[in-house]
Design a protein around this ligand. Sequence first.
Ligand SMILES: *Cc1c(COP(=O)(O)O)cnc(C)c1O
Length: 455
Amino acid sequence: MSAVQSAPTAQSEALFARARAVTPGGVNSPVRAFRSVGGTPRFIASAQGAYLTDADGTRYLDYIGSWGPMILGHNLPAVREAVADALQFGTSFGAPGEREVLLAEQVTRLTGVDRVRFVSSGTEATMSALRLARGATGRKFILKFRGNYHGHADGLLVEAGSGLMTNEGHLGAAAPSSAGVPEEYARLTLVSEYNDPQALDALMAERGHELAAVIFEPVVGNAGVLVPTPEFLAALHRVREHGTLLIADEVMTGFRLSLRGATGLLGLQPDLICWGKIIGGGLPVGAYGGRADVMDFVSPQGPVYQAGTLSGNPLAMAAGLATLTALENTPDLYARLDAYTAQLASGLKSAAQTAGVPVSVNRVGSMLTAFHQDVPDGSVRTYTDAARSDTAAFARWFQGMLARGVYWAPSQFESIFVSGAHGDAELNATLEAAQAAYRDLGGRDLGAHEQGGGA
Ligand SMILES: *Cc1c(COP(=O)(O)O)cnc(C)c1O
């Protein structure tokens, strides 16, 4: 079996024990707790480029990138300098400042929306966009897709993905997906299957006239990666024939899949777009934007109230500006990310096949999930498909990677994120670790699976 010597975790264990005494589950966001993969969550002391260093001094090759924001790698000098520069002038004004205008100009120029409003998280962005859609249409109901995650606002915790798939065993559960969400709220959220255009058309025909908005992840990251079919994208566009607003939740995909996000990549034309993660360059920023005639319903221009004490915070705006500017100044970045992640996908696939471990890979650009199941690549299309994965096998593989210094997303139902700081050395190290981790799994598992896999 494996001769891997796991790194020491005494400091992380001690911190986790202290954290559990003062914070629910010891973490401030559920997936960080490693519940679905077991073991001690690593407490991170520092991050640089493609690497994290934990409290015990062990360095890990990072595939989370703070769950997306670190598309150019951790601790980018340009971001650090921009924040340090802003810091000299004060940390928050509670009044408007130039950086908010600059970032809004940059976002509208890059994405084609007329107006944008900054908030402090992705959750706030989607929550506010839905209120806006309701205010603008005068309708109550919204529609989301099973396994899509749009943050933790009440009406969106209905058949939701991400940590809810990971921690709570809610696979296939009926709405709502969290305690504390009144059924009355959940009833205002209709749910349809992702990548099922017929179901969406049928629901729209019946209920379209009552629907303020359809919100969706243009490429899903929160059930693992799911890629939309052209037929499904066409059905999404038809939603607007019912006077329903189409809201693209690009909190994960915005500025990741292209400078115009998944929307630009896929040729989608939503009414509203939500952003988070990369737009703040690692500081807390979210945003929503769209056409002027819709956005001008937002207070103080219009009657839909939305506010934030720290919205447009100068340090956060500085980090966002530095990140988007660096993206614009790195013209080959998206091609490089795509090439790296394509090699990662094929390398993982062949390593798994060699070891006799069934794996099905979904990938778009620098987002990738290797589902532990015996179906062809690309055929995991829905939440129901994703939920068939062997999560126990994934957990063992995750631990095998971690023991070899590679920090993968600690859940089968999350995307990993490649950054511009990942190069040839990182790719080789990852594939070497993956070969060994799959080999361990194949050795232990052969016979548990029907047939040792397709290679
Ligand atoms: C991360 C995410 C959110 C929530 O953003 P937070 O900043 O965590 O509130 C919403 N939608 C999608 C698609 C996300 O990936």
